[in-house]
Design a protein around this ligand. Structure first.
Ligand SMILES: O=c1ccn([C@@H]2O[C@H](COP(=O)(O)OP(=O)(O)O[C@H]3O[C@H](CO)[C@@H](O)[C@H](O)[C@H]3O)[C@@H](O)[C@H]2O)c(=O)[nH]1
Length: 499
């Protein structure tokens, strides 16, 4: 009898819980299939989970869902839903479901292929709506998935674009796509201005990513970007993984263009990056132990994000520069451009002679293959400066810890992220530009010395980076009745989505 009543209570509690869950607003998050996009989406999901007012579902293709599952704690209430996708139907190698396994030139194919997910995504949303009593659905989708806005609109759901990039960088990038072409006509015209974003002042031709400098409006990238940006007008607003205090100019561009609200809710940061990427690399514990043995603010961290790499000659010069400047470093390496990104790393061929043994024996450096626990590294007190490709997540992770940046932008909006942080915020020095520029080891070493040493520039950058770290912490503060700008923006966004 006792057993029976216990079972009844359990069942009753289960039904109650289920009913409560059904009354919550459904939130469907749909990142583009790239680590630099999935990671901040996951951080957003975790932040919404804490509010306990939503049923949260992340949608993606099966391999990405598998990876996401392994990075969620077992007690997480976040649902993961697979959407069918067959890479070979789109001319992609088998198992290509994420930009981290393909060379940059195939990225556009994956982007184009993502538009074919529309029918399956529509069915998935319909099913979620059918199962939810409140019929309240909020869809948050990646800026590359503009087509999802029309789908949400048709189903009566609230839709927001989520940008994993910052406002300023994305404003320059979008403006360039909207004002094509930029191919070299007059060779004396080295500088461009953006007609709808004059705040960026001038952009040098070398700051154009290859796909933009070659675009003529009819190539695959142009066609996609144009269509995608047009679709944004169907959305109810744009969420940015950024901080209003240092990115208001770029955010203003989108308010003006779209006449929609824009919410700066960042930085959305995930910890435990060791388990969220491709794996391999280095054991995070080993990495921390190595850093523990280093003096405070003495280590340079070098990493170019989840999908970029440099040319073989640039890699060689960077290796020589690290040798020459004598600073301690952690360098995440992957095969240079033109070689299979998933192949063995040939240190004898791509790095200076004896480099790996030399740094291992002297204890000066750690050369990590493929993937390192970046967030943990940047938060270690031994780290002084981050040599980065200026992907927006990397920059936010660095600035959240007050670590200044040596910028080596390579693609997409990275050139303008670097420009913002160098020209407007003062926490970055550009060390090189692009994946094909000629670099000299002595120039790189000189810049490393400049920012890591006790130079006027180095001291000022470190001071400013500390100031930006405090700004970021304030933006995220939610205590004693004080709400920082990013917390407030999240509140405003959610109340708009519910109303
Ligand atoms: O060894 C590594 C390499 C990367 N990461 C993580 O991977 C993410 C990389 O993101 P990001 O720095 O933004 O670089 P990308 O992967 O290149 O990001 C793409 O997406 C970004 C957000 O839209 C854009 O700013 C970039 O231009 C675009 O290349 C970060 O969270 C890193 O912490 C690691 O944890 N370990």
């Amino acid at each position: 009898m006792v057993k029976k009543s216990c079972m009844w209570k359990k069942k009753h509690r289960y039904i109650q819980k289920k009913e409560m869950a059904e009354e919550k607003q459904e939130v469907v998050l749909f990142p583009f299939m790239a680590q630099g996009h999935i990671i901040p989406f996951l951080a957003l999901a975790q932040q919404l989970e804490k509010r306990e007012k939503h049923n949260i579902t992340i949608v993606n293709t099966s391999l990405n869902i598998r990876k996401l599952r392994s990075s969620l704690p077992p007690n997480s209430s976040i649902n993961l839903l697979e959407i069918p996708f067959t890479p070979s139907q789109h001319g992609l190698p088998p198992n290509t479901e994420n930009t981290d396994t393909i060379p940059y030139k195939l990225v556009i194919r994956l982007i184009q292929a993502s538009t074919t997910l529309k029918p399956a995504f529509t069915d998935l949303l319909r099913n979620i709506l059918l199962q939810n009593k409140t019929h309240k659905l909020l869809v948050v989708a990646d800026f590359f998935l503009g087509w999802t806005a029309a789908v949400a609109k048709e189903l009566g759901a609230f839709h927001a674009i989520f940008s994993a990039s910052g406002g300023y960088g994305l404003a320059c990038y979008c403006s360039l796509w909207l004002n094509l072409p930029h191919r070299r006509g007059d060779p004396t015209q080295e500088h461009l201005t953006l007609p709808d974003f004059p705040e960026a002042r001038t952009i040098h031709r070398t700051q154009l990513p290859t796909n933009i400098s070659e675009a003529d409006g009819s190539d695959a990238w142009s066609v996609f970007q144009h269509q995608n940006l047009l679709e944004w007008v169907n959305s109810d607003g744009v969420l940015f993984n950024t901080v209003h205090e240092f990115d208001s100019v770029g955010l203003g561009y989108f308010k003006r263009k779209l006449k929609r609200p824009v919410w700066a809710i960042g930085p959305l940061l995930l910890s435990g990056s060791g388990s969220r990427g491709k794996g391999g690399g280095i054991n995070p514990k080993l990495c921390t132990e190595w850093l523990d043995a280093k003096p405070s603010k003495s280590v340079l961290f070098v990493c170019f994000g989840s999908m970029n790499t440099i040319s073989a000659s640039q890699m060689m010069e960077l290796g020589k520069a690290l040798d020459r400047c004598g600073k301690s470093f952690i360098w995440v390496v992957r095969p240079p451009i033109g070689f299979d990104i998933n192949s063995e790393f040939r240190e004898d061929e791509w790095l200076p002679e004896g480099f790996v043994e030399r740094v291992r024996e002297s204890g000066k450096g750690l050369v990590v293959r493929d993937w390192a626990p970046q967030v943990e590294i940047l938060s270690h007190s031994a780290v002084s400066v981050f040599l980065s490709h200026c992907g927006w997540n990397s920059l936010l992770e660095s600035l959240s810890e007050g670590v200044p940046i040596l910028g080596w932008p390579m693609a997409a909006e990275q050139f303008y992220n670097c420009k913002l942080l160098e020209e407007e915020v003062g926490v970055c020095v550009e060390v090189a530009r692009g994946k094909s520029c000629e670099v000299k080891c002595e120039d790189i070493a000189e810049k490393i010395d400049l920012v890591m040493g006790e130079t006027e520039k180095g001291v000022s950058m470190r001071k400013k980076a500390g100031y930006v770290r405090d700004l970021i912490r304030d933006a995220l503060k939610d205590e004693d009745g004080f709400k920082g700008s990013s917390v407030k923006a999240m509140d405003h966004f959610l109340s708009a989505a519910l109303s």
